[in-house]
Design a binder for this molecule. Structure first.
Ligand code: TXA
Ligand code: MG
Length: 308
């Protein structure tokens, strides 16, 4: 049914282990344009092609070099997206004019079955309105996209809760454009010289998604580095303020979420942002974490959410 919708030029939201995606055939320009419109996504922000089997890379990419091959062998299927040179088959709307294509094979079985039955790779940005926190469950997709898309495949809550790691393999050494659940440390075990893109050195075409406002709830997000910042900076607590972090604080918040570890923090933060918006919360205080492992990706998302 969902796969049939895709074959008939439709657009379908589906679960993955990172966040929910909004899928269309990678070869269907009309459907891809609908994806951009439904999300209100700027058309200079390229999409990721999702595959269900490795052999599909041949239709999408050329020059799969040694680095790419090893990343594919180690991390596919999973929360890693790699950037490759694209073939002529891939329409330019999918890549926002770039000569490269982002490719990921999700670990989620539901996601791979949808791709398999559709018979083509699916472009799938996160299934949220552009700029809003990515959806980690089907209700969040409905909240943002009801009436704008053809179908939601209701699956489980996403395991990781933040988007995939994006690695450029067309550079001399692998370059991480977006951090995620496949961590810098994990990639450096294969390629010790792997770097994370420094946005101050960025040329606009490198990682177009980074230019846009991201992950923000309506509430103001405030990143706090230590208990002392927190005590000084805060007003009354109460129902218009909320807190998420690993350590409980003395101040009483009506709405607070204490996570048992950084993985849980990452997996719950976007849904917490949405819950705060539904409750009319005005300020969300987020405890900072160490920038290692998935903590690096979490901090990246929290920083972007707070830049407004
Ligand atoms: O976990 C994920 O990656 C989710 C799920 C649904 O798979 N998808 C996702 O898609 O987060 P989206 O569109 O929200 O984010 C894609 C990111 C953007 O930052 C975009 O700029 C970057 O990947 N990207 C896509 N194609 C690119 C390319 N050819 N070169 C550089 N960056 C690219
Ligand atoms: Mg997104």
């Amino acid at each position: 049914m969902a796969a049939e919708i895709i074959r008939n030029h439709g657009i379908v939201a589906f679960p993955t282990e990172t966040v929910y995606g909004l899928g269309a055939s990678v070869f269907d320009e009309v459907a891809i344009e609908r994806v951009f419109r439904a999300k209100g996504r700027p058309n200079d922000n390229p999409l990721i092609a999702h595959i269900s089997k490795i052999s599909q890379i041949r239709d999408l990419a050329i020059d799969v070099n040694r680095v790419a091959k090893q990343l594919i062998e180690t991390f596919f299927p999973g929360a890693l997206t790699i950037i490759l040179k694209k073939t002529e088959n891939v329409p330019i709307v999918a890549t926002a004019g770039l000569e490269t294509i982002a490719v990921r094979m999700p670990a989620s079985v539901v996601a791979r079955e949808l791709i398999e039955f559709a018979g083509v790779p699916l472009v799938a940005p996160s299934a949220n309105l552009s700029g809003r926190p990515s959806p980690t469950n089907w209700r969040a997709v409905l909240e943002d996209l009801d009436g704008k898309i053809d179908c939601i495949l209701k699956g489980e809550t996403s395991e990781f809760g933040i988007e995939s790691t994006v690695v450029d393999t067309t550079t001399k050494t692998p370059l991480i454009l977006r951090q995620g659940a496949v961590t810098l440390e994990m990639i450096r075990e294969l390629f010790p010289y792997t770097k994370v893109l420094d946005e101050r050195e960025m040329t606009p075409a490198r990682s177009p998604g980074l230019r846009h406002q991201h992950y923000s709830p309506d509430a103001k997000v405030i990143l706090i580095d230590s208990a002392s910042d927190f005590q000084v900076g805060i007003g009354s607590g109460g129902e218009t303020e909320a807190y998420i972090g690993l350590k409980p604080f003395e101040l009483d918040f009506e709405r607070q979420l204490i996570c048992s570890d950084v993985e849980e923090y990452a997996s719950l933060v976007f849904e917490f942002f949405r819950q705060c918006d539904r409750a009319g919360v005005k300020r969300i205080y987020c405890e900072s974490v160490d920038e290692k492992g998935i903590g690096a990706a979490l901090i990246d998302r929290l920083r972007r959410a707070s830049e407004r």
